[in-house]
Design a protein around this ligand. Structure first.
Ligand SMILES: [Zn+2]
Length: 440
């Protein structure tokens, strides 16, 4: 078991994790590296599994979703499984399959908007590219690797106000036309024929000199802001970063499971594709978790009994009440930054919290001396959702949706409080340590 981290140790690690995880692939790789360093054993889904109580495992799907499992020594029928879920993906701009656009000798890359991105903050940023490339080797096999350009290699310049005097009153952003990043200025010779895949191959060889890649066949590359995550505020009371939604919860869940009690069974699932509905081979609305549980407990009745003894905490950020837009929250349900994790409630089941699971989270938080807030959306506003209701519906586990309060969700730079992720971490450690409390 890893010792419990102080708030500053925890936040230092969180900033490092955010910086090193520009995509869901990189986030998964970093989680895998931490699990491996802590002694978890990798399970390959194509192999036969022999899971042994007392050991710790993980498996990965699509390089972008990961399940970590602590197989407790105590009987699963007695303890159930403590699940924590989060998502590895964040809204961003992904490069199109044939992205090269040359206008006035500027090379631009066509992009597709992934998820519900706030587009305005993407202008005038120092952008880089990261993702996964799939290539063919000289032996005529196919392999994949993660690459990250790291340096600022592109930007989306704003249009000068002199060319659009109404911009501050009536701006709208056309995602096909207005946010095409500029990658480089080409030489004037007309014969120059830029190839994005050739750039990727050069970068791959630069990053992995021993690679035998002969030709890039395909890729999933995302633009990201190179400005590193940092603490800000006069008292350093805020964390500013991209992808706080939801890498903050992935990191928190990962650190909590490293501290979990080895006597009882705990599981962390971090899945891709939440921002686009979770329906994919590796998303929360796919079969990854169900298949994992069926391999752990092939007997259907035993699995059903264990699920009934289990509980899931779905962790995804909440909306803090914004001082400039206070009327966007219900007057009694406006979570504040640095005042603790938020229990998210929606009786229309956009969140999976019930009165029992909400009470349970309040109870473990009290035991961990963690303050708790609640959120319901204004009755005249639509409510967001997350993986909680999806997992609850798919495997039948009682679930609670929680998350730390943030500002600017889905911006290229979001804001959280320095205390809240650590509060959530302490609540999750408490959760991962109390099997008997799962029986209502
Ligand atoms: Zn989210």
């Amino acid at each position: 078991m890893t010792p419990i981290l102080s708030q500053s140790e925890f936040n230092d690690g969180l900033l490092d994790f955010l910086r090193a995880s520009p995509t869901a692939f990189h986030a998964t790789e970093n989680i895998v590296n931490s699990l491996t360093a802590a002694g978890f054993t990798r399970l390959h889904e194509a192999d036969a599994w022999q899971l042994v109580p007392g050991k710790r495992y993980f498996c990965v799907r699509n390089d972008s979703s990961v399940i970590a499992f602590v197989f407790g020594k105590k009987d699963l029928l007695e303890t159930g499984i403590r699940f924590v879920g989060a998502h590895t993906d964040s809204p961003c701009l992904k490069v199109k399959p044939q992205p090269e656009l040359v206008r006035k000798n500027y090379l631009q890359l066509g992009v597709e908007v992934y998820g519900g991105a706030l587009l305005a903050p993407w202008f005038d940023r120092d952008l880089s590219l990261a993702g996964r490339v799939t290539y063919v080797t000289p032996q005529n096999t196919i392999a994949s690797a993660l690459i990250n350009f790291k340096t600022p290699i592109a930007t989306i310049p704003s249009l000068a106000i002199h060319l659009d005097r109404e911009v501050n009153n009536s701006r709208s952003i056309n995602p096909q036309k207005d946010i095409v990043p500029v990658l480089m200025q080409l030489p004037p010779e007309k014969s120059f024929n830029p190839s994005f895949k050739a750039l990727l191959l050069t970068q791959l060889k630069h990053q992995i000199p021993a690679t035998d890649a002969a030709k890039i066949l395909n890729y999933e590359m995302s633009f990201y802001d190179t400005q590193p995550p940092t603490l800000i505020g006069y008292q350093q009371e805020f964390i500013a970063s991209a992808r706080l939604d939801n890498l903050l919860s992935c990191y928190t869940g990962m650190q909590a499971i490293l501290c979990s009690d080895p006597e009882v069974s705990s599981l962390l699932i971090c899945t891709d594709h939440e921002e686009v509905g979770s329906t994919s081979c590796c998303g929360a609305n796919g079969p990854m978790l169900q298949q994992f549980l069926e391999r752990l407990l092939p007997d259907g009745e035993t699995l059903a009994r264990v699920i009934e003894r289990s509980l899931m905490i779905s962790a995804d950020n909440a909306h803090g009440v914004h001082p400039n837009f206070m009327d966007k929250h219900d007057e009694n349900h406006g979570p504040l930054l640095n005042q603790g994790p938020v229990i998210k409630i929606n009786n229309n089941q956009r969140y999976a919290t019930t009165s029992e699971t909400g009470a349970f989270f309040q109870w473990i938080s009290e035991k961990a001396q963690v303050p708790v807030q609640t959120f319901v959306t204004r009755t005249d506003l639509a409510c967001g959702s997350t993986i909680g209701p999806i997992v609850a519906a798919n495997i039948g586990v009682k679930t609670i949706d929680v998350g730390v309060p943030t500002f600017a969700m889905h911006s290229i730079r979001e804001l959280a409080g320095v205390a809240d992720a650590h509060y959530l971490y302490r609540a999750l450690i408490e959760f991962y340590s109390h099997p008997s409390s799962l029986v209502f």
